[in-house]
Write a protein that binds this ligand. Structure first.
Ligand code: PEP
Ligand code: MG
Length: 860
């Protein structure tokens, strides 16, 4: 049998390895130590090595060595041997301890010398994999001898590797003749096949996680190149679903009074008692509108008893395969009929579950063990859904609903139920109640005469919620488990503007709700008719209402809806999702289009604001543990001044012909502002010298970091204007991540702490006669508008669709009343108290004018 020689500079180390090897590989493999110059002195000796070679016998000898000169000594020892003896000695470049153990294990199991050498060389592999430390682009060898290529790539998507990008990876991987899998460097021991959407999603890869992609097979390299490019490009997700879009409430169709209601946490584990008549349940508004009717609860299949005699496993498996085909066709039809690309992508991603080994393999094992296919499949889906629910990433947790949805579709087929619950017809006026809303529910609901839909669980980021936005009835999710306790047929009213469900409402509540719906519609109509008029308070003070835009199309839409300029031009839209940064000429052309769209009104152009929730792979800072507290916004562009220069030069050229102001994001110190001021002035002078007549351009700062708000009086002499980024200011003031639904109830910009900061900025600006705008989501929130105006804000900038109603609301306000309102709000302790105060104020307006937003009495 072949033997091993352990060469080490240390006598004791070599002896230690010799002691260890039989413990792991058994006593059959001869192993000899050649350590130290002698038993005491560090070094290696050809004589001792030679002696050890002879000790292990007449067969082949593998020599494993530790540091540099050990190799020289071993080579010298070979020179003392006759040529035919040398043939049986192999010097092996392998880690000493792991290599010796791995080689001995192969030899002890009857493997040949080649196999032992290969294993010894690969012996670090499990450790590297476990720690996720194999070098990028490295090539290794699988136990079977196949070459494995590997690449590491950082995931830029704010929402992480959620279902749609994971689906893209699975589809892209399927184009290649290769076995491909991925790991998340944070937990490298978990390996996901790129044939399995679920395995991939369960890697729980978040933004900035490093994905390790590995492939073997004829097209392994090409596959990795294509896949890595896909990841680097962020899967083309310019507007990823997890990042809260500014004015997202408006996109969801909320009208006045429709701000997201705080306090809708996850459904409690224990079923609570049925809520009493008159109770108001609060959830998350998905689609607006007001409706009433009687509840009907839809329960999912929980258990199923097979009918008739057992079928053989092959027959059960064939039935499952047939059901999977049928459901694939159903999902393809839904995808083809979807009214938006986003909706189509949801069904496309669901279809991938039908081929997913993570569902099919356990189902197959269970069927082979004698289980009916329906039970085996449903169990596999439940286990996978449960794994999703365990994940930390709230967006990925929502994917549990997709797995269960597809699971249920296949289950229905297998158990002989209608393909879709289309056969079930709801009565007109039904309020459908579900535990969790699934995408197929929404597809089915399109043709049902329901009055409204309420779900106990769920969030605005769930696929079903995204699809539900196109339903014409109010939809609320996240109402909590209490709604499931309602007896069937309970009368209820649904306020999709505020995300509220009224249990058995009193007549007065119903009347108020009806009135409110009518008021809202009337206000909407009138607001649209008068959108082109300026907005002034009753006392005469003008409030500028401008638009937040990212593209020329949005700017044109904003102009149509009455925007008095662009208050926030998010220029990052031009940068994100492109392989290269745009050049100055391309930027100038785009900036000019935006300026022309709203001319003669001004454009406030914000310099690149990437990092945090808006990553830009080409400019990505080093991986950061807390990207929101890291190199983002102005901090990032100051580290890449060429980017800032290209952008400012392009903007200055446009400023030669249009009213344009520059706005700096994420300013937290005076130094940052002064540095940029110097740079901008230098570039302007250079342009003047080149013959471009650029007037001095106003330079303002976003106040979105509490430090900037707190020293606003010191910044004011150096900033030409302020724009309050309340989305970030809220997250930083309240320590509540703006993209995390788990802390959504905390991240309310109407918290008095945020309002006090806004008040301070307005005061500081007034002393230096600087205008103050608000450009975060708060600016379009009807409950916030009177308070912001009362605090003395000069401009509100918002999503274009919100402009008409915001203007209409401002026209109803009186200067003194808003000032009193703001003063009262500042003295309160919580956001909920401020919102209650604001609603009372809005009710007062409604009563006075007969057309304000209105509000149902009771329950508040
Ligand atoms: C804000 O933070 O309020 C803001 C307007 O900037 P963004 O949402 O683009 O970060
Ligand atoms: Mg911001």
């Amino acid at each position: 049998m072949a033997g091993l020689v352990i060469v080490s500079h240390s006598h004791r180390l070599a002896e230690g390895v010799v002691e260890l090897v039989p413990q792991v590989a058994g006593p059959t493999v001869p192993v000899a130590a050649a350590g130290g110059l002698d038993a005491e002195q560090i070094g290696t000796s050809p004589e001792r090595i030679l002696e050890a070679m002879r000790q292990v016998g007449e067969g082949d000898v593998l020599v494993l060595m530790d540091l540099g000169s050990a190799l020289l000594s071993a080579e010298m020892a070979l020179e003392f041997l006759a040529p035919e003896e040398r043939q049986r000695i192999r010097l092996v470049a392998a880690p000493l301890v792991e290599g010796a153990v791995a080689a001995a294990a192969v030899l002890a199991a009857g493997g040949d010398v080649e196999g032992a050498v290969r294993e010894a060389r690969e012996a670090l592999r499990p450790k590297l994999d476990h720690l996720g430390e194999a070098p990028a682009g490295a090539t290794t060898v699988e136990p079977g001898g196949a070459e494995v290529v590997r690449v590491e790539v950082v995931l830029p998507n704010p929402a992480g590797l959620h279902a749609r990008p994971a689906g893209q990876l699975v589809r892209e991987a399927a184009r290649f003749d290769a076995r491909i899998w991925a790991r998340n460097k944070r937990q490298p021991q978990r390996r996901a096949s790129l044939a399995s959407l679920n395995e991939l999603a369960l890697l729980d890869a978040r933004q900035h996680d490093t994905l390790i992609l590995e492939a073997s097979g004829p097209q392994g390299r090409e596959a990795l190149e294509a896949l890595a490019a896909l990841v680097r490009a962020g899967f083309g997700e310019i507007d990823p679903p997890a990042s809260p879009t500014p004015g997202g409430d408006q996109e969801a169709g909320l009208g006045p009074g429709g701000a997201a209601v705080a306090g809708a946490g996850p459904a409690p584990a224990e079923a609570p008692a049925p809520p009493a008549p008159g109770t108001v349940l609060e959830g998350v508004a998905v689609t607006p509108g007001v409706a009433w009717g009687r509840t009907v609860q839809r329960r999912r299949a929980q258990a199923w008893t097979p009918q008739g005699p057992d079928r053989p496993p092959e027959e059960e498996w064939a039935r499952l395969e047939a059901a999977l085909h049928q459901v694939a066709a159903e999902l393809a039809a839904l995808q083809a009929g979807a009214d938006a690309a986003e909706a189509a992508a949801i069904f496309e991603a669901q279809a991938l579950f039908l081929q997913d080994p993570m569902l099919l393999e356990p189902a197959r094992r269970a069927v082979e063990a004698g289980q009916p296919a329906a039970v085996a499949w449903l169990e596999a889906c439940r286990a996978t859904a449960a794994a999703y629910r365990e994940l930390a990433n709230p967006l990925l947790r929502q994917r549990a609903a997709d797995v269960e949805d597809v699971g249920q579709r296949v289950f229905r087929r297998l158990t002989g139920q209608a393909a879709d619950p289309a056969g079930e017809r709801l009565e007109p006026g039904t309020i459908l109640v579900v535990d969790e809303l699934w995408p197929s529910d929404v597809a089915w609901l399109r043709d049902q005469p329901v009055a409204a839909v309420c779900a106990a669980q769920g969030d605005r980021t769930s696929h079903a919620a995204i699809l539900a936005r196109s339903l014409a009835v109010p939809v609320i999710v996240g109402l909590g488990a209490a709604i499931l306790q309602l007896p069937e047929g309970t009368p209820g009213a649904v306020d999709g503007l505020r995300g509220r469900f009224y249990v058995a409402p009193y007549d007065g509540t119903l009347q108020a709700l009806a009135q409110r719906a009518a008021h809202w519609q009337a206000l909407e109509r009138r607001a649209r008719n008068e959108a082109g008029q300026p907005a002034a308070l009753r006392g005469g003070r003008r409030v500028v209402v401008a638009a937040n835009v990212g593209t020329p199309e949005e700017a044109r839409e904003a102009a149509r809806l009455g925007a008095e300029g662009v208050g926030l031009f998010r220029t990052e839209v031009l940068f994100v999702g492109r392989p290269q940064l745009p050049d100055t000429a391309a930027q100038e052309a785009l900036y000019r289009q935006v300026a022309q769209a709203v001319a003669p009104h001004p454009v406030v152009l914000r310099t690149l604001d990437v990092g945090g929730d808006k990553p830009l792979p080409q400019l990505a800072p080093a991986q950061e543990a807390n990207p929101f507290l890291g190199v983002r916004g102005l901090r990032l562009t100051l580290q890449a001044p060429h980017v800032l220069e290209g952008q400012v030069r392009a903007a200055l050229r446009v400023a030669a012909d249009h009213p344009l102001r520059l706005l700096l994001p994420m300013v937290s110190t005076l130094d940052e502002l002064l540095t940029v001021r110097r740079l901008v002035e230098g570039w302007r002078e250079e342009l003047q010298a080149e013959g471009v007549a650029v007037p001095p351009v106003a330079l303002g700062i976003m106040v979105e970091v509490p430090s900037a708000a707190l020293v606003a009086e010191r910044l004011a002499p150096h900033a030409d204007f302020f724009s309050l980024g309340t989305n970030d200011l809220t997250q930083y003031t309240l320590a509540a991540d703006r993209g995390n639904p788990g802390v959504r109830h905390l991240a309310d910009g109407l918290h008095p702490a945020v309002l006090r900061l806004i008040g301070q900025v307005v005061e500081a600006a007034r002393v230096h006669r600087r205008p103050v705008a608000v450009c975060g989501e708060l600016a379009s929130d009807p409950e916030a508008i009177p308070i912001l105006v009362g605090l003395g804000v000069d401009e509100l900038s918002m999503v274009p669709q919100a402009i008409p109603t915001a203007k209409a609301l401002i026209r109803q306000l009186e200067e003194a009343a808003t000032r009193d309102l703001a003063r009262e709000a500042l003295a309160l302790a919580t956001a909920a108290e401020v919102r209650a105060l604001a609603r009372q104020f809005l009710d007062g307006l409604a009563t006075k004018d007969g057309e304000g937003p209105g509000r149902p009495p009771g329950g508040d």
